[in-house]
Design a protein around this ligand. Structure first.
Ligand SMILES: [Mg+2]
Length: 359
């Protein structure tokens, strides 16, 4: 956190859809929806602003999107291509400062306190970034400028698309007070629903809740929210983001009974181990997420004493997690496995060698 306004958050506007519209002129002005197969149970990953006018949103089942807008153009995502455009964005940003944190394919945090162009006015940096991304990549973005990452992120979402929002020491309280809680970074949809039940609708209501209450209800994340909405945020720009976890999720074509999950569990376990082989990692923590047909979900986690290396061990652990306090009557629509607590394979070999080495 600093006194100066030197943190930017850049968020590309309707990223995947905008890229498709840029590359195919006939898609301009049309409702474009990037998602998986309509007949399968996929969800919308991004949609153009024209599609949003029909009420379509990210994460909505593709089927619902199709019902809302049957004349929409549904396009299968080209992730590798979007990744390559993301690299081009990063390259432009690095010309302004080395302190660039690519937060996702279409979002980045920048610390512009010592910008390479020696521009004194942060707004000038911001305008130039927007210009270059637009001129060279034919895409628009929205940018928030503030003194903390949390507020910069809120800023980029404040006026979309193609917006600029400055959140300073003098106006951040007003902005937070009137902000709907689901727009506050760190509060997901389910948390927002829970809070709305106790009458918390906007930032001002949220400020009435004590730190203790938020901690009890949401753990460390609750404390962070308590601080962030008061302008306290010491998180730094992380230039080398090391991936700390990997996950694999499978949405089923038809809801299945708990007794039928074996095939899916084995598939997830295989996918995860294949990926870890490629990355050269072992792991200790396994999280199982299950979404039921009524869209409620549970997640169960375990951290093992030793690293998991074998397929059969992982399948065994996942089955054990499924047995923990599970409502066996509900049908399942999605199964996800996340692994974290990653350890480099060669480090493990090193220590094992150490056991037998002579000295
Ligand atoms: Mg975006």
């Amino acid at each position: 956190m600093s006194i100066e306004l030197d943190i930017l958050h850049i968020d590309m506007d309707a990223y995947f859809a905008s890229i498709e519209q840029r590359d195919n002129l006939y898609l301009k002005g049309l409702p474009v929806i990037i998602s998986g197969n309509i007949n399968k149970r996929s969800v919308v990953s991004t949609c153009s602003y024209e599609a949003r006018e029909y009420g379509i949103r990210s994460s909505m089942p593709t089927k619902t999107a199709y019902r809302l807008c049957p004349n929409g153009v549904f396009i299968f995502p080209r992730f590798e291509y979007y990744k390559s455009v993301s690299k081009q964005i990063k390259k432009i940003l690095l010309e302004f400062t080395d302190k660039v944190e690519m937060f996702s394919l279409d979002e980045a945090y920048l610390d512009i306190s010592n910008n390479k162009l020696k521009l004194r006015n942060p707004l000038e940096v911001l305008v130039r970034i927007k210009e270059r991304i637009n001129r060279e990549l034919g895409l628009t973005c929205s940018i928030g400028l503030s003194f903390s990452k949390f507020l910069a992120k809120i800023g980029s979402d404040y006026r979309k698309p193609n917006g600029i929002t400055v959140i300073g020491h003098n106006n951040f309280e007003n902005i937070i007070d009137s902000l709907e809680i689901n727009k506050i970074y760190g509060i997901g949809n389910s948390t927002a629903e829970e809070l709305k039940k106790i009458g918390v609708k906007v930032g001002k209501d949220l400020k009435q809740l004590s730190k203790g209450f938020l901690f009890k209800k949401f753990g460390v994340r609750g404390v962070k929210i308590f601080e962030n909405i008061r302008g306290i945020d010491d998180s730094k720009i992380v230039t080398d983001r090391v991936q700390k976890s990997f996950s694999n999720e499978i949405t089923l074509e038809n809801d299945i009974e708990v007794a039928e999950v074996q095939v899916v569990i084995r598939k997830c376990a295989g996918n995860i181990l294949n990926l870890m082989n490629v990355k050269g990692k072992y792991f200790k923590t396994i999280t199982l997420k299950i979404k039921f047909s009524d869209f409620s979900y549970i997640s169960r986690q375990i951290t093992c004493k030793n690293v998991v290396t074998e397929y059969n061990d992982l399948v065994f652990i996942l089955n054990w997690l499924i047995c923990q306090k599970m409502d066996l009557k509900k049908k399942i629509r999605l199964i996800g496995v996340k692994i974290s607590n990653l350890i480099d394979k060669n480090k493990i070999i090193g220590t094992q060698l150490g056991l037998f080495s002579f000295s």
